[in-house]
Structure formats: C-alpha cells, structure tokens
Write a protein that binds this ligand. Structure first.
Ligand code: FE
Length: 218
C-alpha cells in the first residue's frame, strides 16, 4: 500500500469545545480516510503503487491527472491541517513567526483579521493558508483540493470545507475560523516549518518548489 492514514496527533476530544470529538471522528475517520483509500485505489498496479504521498502529488500534478491529484492533495492537506492544530495552540505566536507577522502585517491583530477574512470569505470548499513566499509571510486561499503554488512554503492551514465545522457550527464558518485562530493554531509547527525551510527572519532563501510532506515537520 502506497499511502497510510496516519493517526491524529491528539486525542479525539483534545480540541473541544472548538472542534468536537464527533467532528474529528468523521473528519479523520471518514473524510481523510476516504481520500487515502481513493489514492491507493488509483495508484494500485501502477508505477506509483509504492510511491510516497509527496511523490504521488507531484506526479499527479505533472501528469495533469486530476482525479488522482484531487485525492492525493486532499490526503496531504488533511495531514498538514492536523499538524496545524494543537490543544495547546492559539493565543499569541512566538519566535520567528511572530517576528515575521509583525514585519509583514504590521501587528498580530492585522494578521488575524486578514486570515479570518480570507478563511471566512473563501467561496465554497477550500483551504486558508499561511505561507512563506519570497521570504515574506502571506495569507492565501486555495479552492477544493488545491495546494499552494510552487514557491509558496505552507506554514499553517485551516480547512474550510463544510465537513470541518458543520456539525459544531452549522453555517457559521466565521465562528469556527475564529476558534481555530484564537485557540488552536500550532505556532510551534509554523516555527519548525520556518526552520526546515531555512528561513530565519533575516535569512533569504528559495522556498522548495514542492512542499515537503507535512508529517516530516511534526
Ligand atoms: Fe477536511
């Protein structure tokens, strides 16, 4: 089997009350598991049968194989999303990412406003990302399964597909997003990703053209 569903990095109830155990159980055990199963079905008996998820995403993108790309990218995005959340997350960022926020957004409150608006206003299903692009911190969104573009190194992501919040918040996406930003965002991972990308606040470097697998940064 090429790709395995990784366990959540926290217990099902660890993110309550902001994300319920029931949501996590469905989101990880059904939605993410479904993407992983579809990837494995699509690569079975092909040259990608033993490839890593990173390799499958890259190959599907290159081959413009949209069905494979959609499932592989969704498997990648979900693994990265779980790493972006922590029961000890939220509150004020610290370290290198905090310095970048101040430098590139002016202050933390302006960054929060930008991320909150981007995530809330993404039309339909998608993802709101904090990325490093050309040594600057940016907030971007992608639609459906799409990953950030080459040259954008993801640091954190918020899943804004309805399945991420509908059980807990119904249509109130803004309330879910606020809970994630204020209580769950894993600034430790953002700092680790900056370190892995070779970017201190003052360092300039070229971001990798293809993001490293999320699990390697946990
Ligand atoms: Fe999701």
């Amino acid at each position: 089997m090429a790709v395995k569903l990784q366990p959540l990095p926290f217990s099902l109830g660890a993110l309550e009350p902001h994300i319920s155990a029931a949501t996590l159980e469905l989101h990880h055990g059904q939605h993410e598991a479904g993407y992983v199963q579809r990837v494995n079905r699509l690569v079975a008996d092909s040259p990608l049968a033993q490839a890593s998820l990173d390799e499958i995403v890259a190959a599907a993108r290159k081959l413009e194989n949209r069905p494979l790309y959609n499932s592989a990218a969704q498997a990648w995005n979900h693994a990265f999303y779980w790493g972006s959340l922590s029961p000890r997350g939220g509150a004020r960022p610290h370290g290198a990412v905090a310095e970048l926020i101040d430098r590139d957004f002016g202050r933390y409150e302006l960054f929060v406003d930008k991320l909150q608006q981007a995530a809330t206003n993404q039309f339909g299903s998608g993802w709101a990302w904090v990325v490093l692009q050309a040594d600057r911190l940016e907030v971007i969104t992608t639609s459906n399964a799409d990953l950030p573009a080459a040259g954008q190194t993801p640091l954190l992501v918020i899943d804004v597909w309805e399945h991420a919040y509908y059980l807990d918040y119904q249509h109130r996406r803004a309330a879910y997003v606020a809970g994630v930003i204020e209580r769950l965002l894993n600034w430790e991972m953002a700092n680790q990703r900056l370190l892995d990308a070779g970017n201190g606040v003052h360092a300039r470097s070229t971001a990798p053209s293809q993001p490293v697998h999320a699990r390697s940064a946990f």
